[in-house]
Write a protein that binds this ligand. Structure first.
Ligand SMILES: C[S@@+](CC[C@H](N)C(=O)[O-])C[C@H]1O[C@@H](n2cnc3c(N)ncnc32)[C@H](O)[C@@H]1O
Length: 269
């Protein structure tokens, strides 16, 4: 798993002593310094990781920047989208070929905070997720663990369909067997940063700082095309060019995002 230079200055902290042991373990796993909150916040433009009753959060040291970033499936935007997002009528469902009759197995090469995978799992798909950024992986792993322990049995069923692996998708695809196909491969690499744009949410700016620009995303494309049985779906910013300038079979355009679809075989009826 990778830690870039912006991440090595991040400290791990905890808000109650009951979280200290887990924080120590996380700091050791990530190779980061464990500290009390009072000294974790000493980098005005930076972040710290905090373990507390709300789970694991990435917190800006200067609280005016934005609130803590936590992976949450039992509330917030993910929960709202699961309940009111439009089911199989959503663009992501159409793009991946999800229907009442067909629930493709999905390999999400760029899991991030798991929002897209969660929607696909909530529509009935088994989803395998890959994430290479150590901090993002830890936030997602924590969100999944908390949701798995929820008392909401339908949420538990969705989470049981989500499997998370740490590591680089390129290596994963390169090491998979020649006849190891996945129904649908999905990827959503970081968009190039729109500098000085008020439209880029503060949380997304934080993500850019932690993750970077996924400059190598184009390298995944030929590997994914070899492994996808029915489709490769690439999520892009609405105004971005095609990944690696490769024209897809067709696109589904939304207000701010677009799904480029490489249709490789007819979907099962
Ligand atoms: C824009 S975010 C994905 C957001 C996600 N779709 C969601 O709904 O939360 C892109 C993520 O992909 C990860 N990523 C990019 N390239 C990767 C690769 N080759 N292997 C594994 N993870 C990768 C980045 O670390 C980042 O966390």
């Amino acid at each position: 798993m990778c830690l870039n230079s912006a991440m090595t200055s991040i400290k791990v902290s905890f808000s109650q002593t009951s979280f200290q042991a887990r924080a120590e373990q996380l700091a050791a796993t990530l190779g980061l310094e464990l500290s009390l909150i009072s000294s974790a916040v000493d980098n005005p433009n930076g972040y710290y990781l905090n373990l507390g009753p709300q789970g694991l959060s990435l917190v800006p040291c200067a609280s005016k920047n934005h609130g803590p970033i936590t992976c949450q499936f039992d509330g917030g935007a993910n929960s709202h989208r699961r309940k009111f997002g439009g089911g199989n009528g959503q663009a992501i469902a159409k793009a991946t070929g999800v229907s009442g009759k067909f629930k493709p197995g999905i390999l999400d090469l760029t899991a991030g905070m798991g929002g897209d995978s969660f929607i696909l799992a909530s529509l009935g798909c088994e989803v395998q997720m890959l994430e290479r950024n150590a901090i993002v992986f830890s936030l997602l792993q924590d969100g999944i663990a908390r949701a798995a322990g929820s008392e909401d049995s339908s949420l538990q069923e969705i989470i049981a369909r989500m499997a998370l692996l740490s590591g680089d998708a390129r290596t994963y695809l390169q090491c998979s067997m020649a006849d190891d196909y996945v129904d649908v491969i999905y990827m959503d690499p970081m968009f190039p940063e729109r500098k000085k744009s008020a439209k880029v949410k503060k949380e997304m700016q934080a993500f850019h700082q932690i993750v970077g620009a996924d400059e190598d995303a184009a390298e995944l494309l030929p590997l994914a095309l070899e492994r996808a049985k029915y489709r490769l779906v690439i999520k892009r910013s609405a105004n971005a060019g095609y990944l690696a300038d490769m024209q897809p079979s067709y696109s589904l355009e939304g207000k701010s995002t677009r799904f480029d679809i490489f249709a490789l075989r007819k979907l099962p009826a």
